[in-house]
Design a protein around this ligand. Structure first.
Ligand SMILES: *Cc1c(COP(=O)(O)O)cnc(C)c1O
Length: 544
């Protein structure tokens, strides 16, 4: 067996230096604004199709993750323990089980984790990874504490909280706009009793205001250094890595005659989920293509159709470029959106984005494929792609759009196509699956419905394929859209048909919320907690 080169990570935006896996995970976003990607795509063992076929999800995860994490960074037994701990919290033994919905159609349910949404797959792992690295540093004499601060509009704050609850040397503050998240989403966050968890209601605010407080704190060098702020947003490489595993799991769960012709359909926002599928393909997992399913926030659909990456539909008229959204500081995987942003509020809010932060990683590879010539050294090729990517990103920032040209469009089309799904189609699809005859009824959440609507259209474009649509949330998490779609179905009863007992019970449990005013209120709370003056006890309980 030939040994593979040492795996390191570098920034998409340039610089010769490479980081270890540990450094890349703890750094998150590169100082030059880039995202970390691996120095090479490793090769699979030649017998993976037979040897991995009967592995459990954690075993499979260990095989795949160890291709990217050298054993001198995390020894084998430690990595196995981290993975086992991360997936022992899932309710399904398969972790990400397939459900058949048609003769050649399947849904992969990614929401069997503690918060009933797909972000658990990555955040359970990331939380354990953070705790492992900090614990090891502190055992060696360091005195590091991490203060994770993030904003949520409700959908995914709980996944971050469940990833970090009870972890030593880590505290987590999740900001949300007071009064603006659904009762279930608030209950999921505010019933977590661990003393390192602070659920912070920012009074008289909205998601953008919360997000902007987070951004301000991160860019305050003194505050940031004093409290060692950490973000666990969707650009963290470890999150992508953890998600590669379920594409392999899907492959092995399918009947063998259907495995080699899969089209994966992925409801997409920040492009993390689908990028993991693309890495699976690069590793050598047989699949046909990946279908990018967007809602009405369709920047990606427009890119794959036209080769033009543009924040707005129409070119800017007056030359005034909109501010580029930041990619840091969000635990939601959502981006900061400037006040004048054109992001639309849809029925699938976790996919409401202006720019997809992880898309930059794919763009680097597309740059590499289209500008690097045969025979160039890996280092020269890397820096050429970095330079091209930088040019693209600065054009995007300046003009609000960048034309990547036919070559790039064609390179992207080898692996992807995209479908845009409207709000009306989303509701209609929820209804259609509820009425499925042979394989139903099946109640799906609105994000999954975007994927399924994209699948229904795609089926016509690719005959004789096996379809696997990724289901990203349990329908109970997005009750208003589900009820809206099914209100005319007299047989449907949300509490009876959808709401899991565990979520129902949350409503009557004690909730702990810290109410604050504005940025100063958040700062004061963090300072008080760090000085040991605030303990998350009943005194601070707020009502909802
Ligand atoms: C985050 C999220 C998505 C989008 O995933 P990306 O990795 O950001 O593309 C889709 N559905 C749900 C429910 C989510 O929470």
């Amino acid at each position: 067996m030939s040994s593979q080169p040492e795996m390191r990570y570098f920034s998409t935006r340039g610089g010769d230096e490479t980081l270890s896996f540990e450094e890349a995970v703890l750094t998150g976003l590169a100082p030059n604004g880039g995202l970390y990607i691996p120095t090479h795509i490793p090769s699979l063992p030649s017998d993976w199709q037979t040897r991995w076929a009967t592995l459990s999800f954690p075993e499979l995860s260990h095989e795949i993750l160890s291709l990217f994490i050298p054993t001198d960074i995390i020894p084998t037994t430690d990595l196995k323990q981290i993975i086992d701990a991360s997936y022992s919290t899932f309710r399904s033994p398969l972790v990400t089980p397939l459900r058949q919905t048609g003769a050649d159609e399947y849904v992969m349910e990614l929401w069997h984790g503690p918060t009933w949404a797909f972000k658990d797959v990555a955040l359970q792992f990331l939380g354990n990874l953070f705790a492992y690295f900090l614990g090891r540093r502190n055992a060696a004499g360091a005195d590091e504490e991490l203060t994770v601060v993030g904003a949520t509009s409700g959908d995914t704050g709980s996944a971050a909280i469940y990833g970090l609850r009870s972890k030593p040397s880590i505290s987590i503050f999740i900001l949300y706009p007071d009064g603006r998240v659904s009762p279930i989403q608030l209950a999921q966050m505010a019933t977590v009793p661990d003393s390192n968890v602070y659920v912070v209601a920012v009074e008289n605010s909205d998601f953008d205001a919360c997000q902007s407080i987070v951004k301000t704190l991160f860019s305050d060098a003194d505050f940031n250094a004093k409290h060692r702020l950490g973000a666990i947003n969707s650009i963290n490489w470890a999150r992508i890595l953890a998600q590669i595993v379920y594409y392999f799991s899907a492959y092995f769960q399918l009947p063998s005659e259907k495995r080699d012709k899969v089209q994966f359909v992925v409801p997409t926002g920040n492009f993390g989920d689908i990028l993991a599928g693309w890495f699976a393909k690069k590793l050598g997992l047989p699949m046909r293509q990946l279908v990018v399913a967007t809602n009405e926030n369709d920047i990606l659909e427009r890119f794959f159709r036209t080769g033009r990456y543009a924040r707005e539909d129409a070119p800017e008229e007056n030359g005034q470029a909109p501010e580029t959204a930041a990619v840091n500081g969000s635990s939601d995987g959502q981006q900061a959106t400037p006040a004048h942003s054109a992001v639309k509020a849809t029925h699938s809010p976790a996919m409401d984005i202006l720019l997809s932060s992880n898309f930059e990683r794919l763009l680097w590879y597309l740059a590499h494929e289209t500008v690097v010539e045969a025979g160039e050294s890996p280092e020269a090729g890397r820096s050429k792609a970095q330079k091209t990517l930088n040019d693209w990103m600065s054009t995007l920032k300046r003009d609000g759009h960048v034309d990547l040209g036919e070559k790039v469009k064609a390179a992207a089309a080898k692996d992807f196509w995209a479908e845009r799904v409207s709000d009306d189609e989303t509701l209609a699809e929820i209804k259609r699956y509820y009425q499925l005859e042979q394989y139903g009824p099946y109640v799906v959440d609105p994000h999954t419905a975007v994927g399924l609507a994209a699948q229904a259209r795609s089926v016509k474009k690719s005959a004789d394929s096996t379809w696997v649509t990724l289901s990203t949330a349990h329908p109970a998490k997005f009750s208003s859209a589900v009820e809206l779609a099914l209100e005319s179905s007299s047989s449907f009863n949300f509490d009876r048909d959808v709401l899991p007992e565990e979520l129902r019970q949350l409503e009557s449990m004690e909730k702990r919320i810290f109410k604050v005013q504005g940025e100063q209120g958040v700062r004061d709370l963090i300072e008080q907690v760090k000085r040991g003056e605030v303990h998350p006890t009943k005194e601070h309980a707020g009502s909802i």
